[in-house]
Design a protein around this ligand. Sequence first.
Ligand code: PBG
Length: 331
Amino acid sequence: MKIVGKFPDIRLRRVRNSAWIRRLVSENNLSINDLILPIFVRDGKGKIESIKSMPGVYRYSIDKLNVIMNKAKKNKIPMVALFPYTPKNKKDKYGTEALNENNLICKSLRFIKKKYSRIGVMCDVALDPYTSHGHDGIIVNQKIDNDKTIKILVKQALLQAKMGCDVIAPSDMMDGRVGVIRKALDKRNFQNVCILSYAAKYASSFYGPFRDAVGSKINLKSDKKTYQMDFRNSNEALREIALDIKEGADIVMVKPGLPYLDIIKKIKDNFKIPVFAYQVSGEYSMIKNGIKNKLINEDAILESLISIKRAGASAIISYFALDIANKIRKN
Ligand code: PBG
């Protein structure tokens, strides 16, 4: 880009001088249409339980889901993402509970799709909330077995589709899973179910509070580096994305958000496909605690979300979704 003109003829501050002109020249904005709200579900009755590592975020028993879903509806949130806090006695080596028609996700899907049919629902496809070892796949000879895991993931995806899930989101990072899931969905007349692939998902320390929220933290004894991406890489993310698009992904996701803005931008520049970003639990808790301890002010929330939009994301999964939507609506 060539710089035209020079000071004092040019004064860039002229377009920053008042709020009204800053509004007119703003290049990026956040709207409610950009927000996806994650929701944690748990068993039991009458429970709205706080999560220690994520102040302001709660786990809801199914009979209380209406509390948060009503807020989502009132704020016109386009889609929610469901995550289960599976009771310990329902976890095993194979994540069998993932395929139970009456697990927390299936029950929540039935409830939400019946009562809130105009709100989209996305569900993770991965075994970590259900395995006793906390990994996203099953272990054979001390290794996460790619091909055996995919066979279970396909069944998990089909079950979710059958229960009314609109957007299937494989977050497991096994190779080849998008293709087999797409084929299986089409074969059973689920052509209209979307696949949102967590295509560039990094092995990140920023997932800590989430693992606490779904109760997989205490179980997980090792890291996920043999399947999630190495944070030193970016070209590899493009390969992941290209493959997933070829296999049938409708939307691709980058995760975490803020530390990976370059990846979002690169994907946006290289592929003309909707890119979503996940502002993950660690990002949320850092900002939230920063605000609580008066180290930063509340505007940091909007700043972080707009940075992600500026990088090229069309939507963002964020634990701030309700707060921000509420603010946007009242503005
Ligand atoms: C599980 C999954 C994780 C997150 C979403 N789905 C954690 C992980 O891979 O260990 C993280 C979300 C967050 O930190 O907010 N496959």
